[in-house]
Design a binder for this molecule. Structure first.
Ligand SMILES: [Zn+2]
Length: 139
């Protein structure tokens, strides 16, 4: 029987779910063909990028399923996993590993200031909220 559910931190992807995730990634992730060519990304590289986006989507789903009031530690662990995937994505795109380009404020349950972070995206200036369940200790 193929069945799986998204729980906070407990992810058991089934074949069916993997296919669903793949379809969702194909619908939501647009890989710029000009950038693929410019960076010299091979078809295998494109496949790797799509797989990384699938892994990220599954983790983001699991984060959404968490209760920020009681699942803070689990949420921070999942956020660290997303950070690692973002680094792998940069490598897959043949860009340097650079945390200044990670949009950490887009993660579920993040309450860091979004506009300030969008404005300073790509710079070492990151804006954290001391009330953010994910990033309170980063500031
Ligand atoms: Zn945050």
């Amino acid at each position: 029987m193929e069945n799986s559910e998204v729980k906070c931190g407990g992810i058991v992807p089934s074949v069916v779910m993997k296919e669903t995730v793949r379809q969702r990634v194909k619908k939501t992730v647009f890989l710029n063909p000009n950038l693929i060519e410019k960076q010299g990304i091979t078809p295998e590289g494109v496949e790797k990028i799509m797989t990384l986006h699938m892994r990220k989507l599954v983790i983001v789903d699991a984060m959404e399923a968490c209760n920020p009031v009681i699942d803070g530690a689990k949420l921070r662990e999942l956020a660290d996993q997303v950070t690692e995937i973002e680094f792998e994505l940069q490598e897959a795109w043949r860009f340097p590993r650079n945390i200044d380009y990670h949009k950490f404020w887009e993660l579920p349950h993040c309450s860091c200031p979004k506009m300030d972070n969008n404005d300073d995206w790509g710079t070492p200036y990151h804006h954290y909220s001391e009330k953010c369940v994910l990033h309170a200790d980063e500031g």
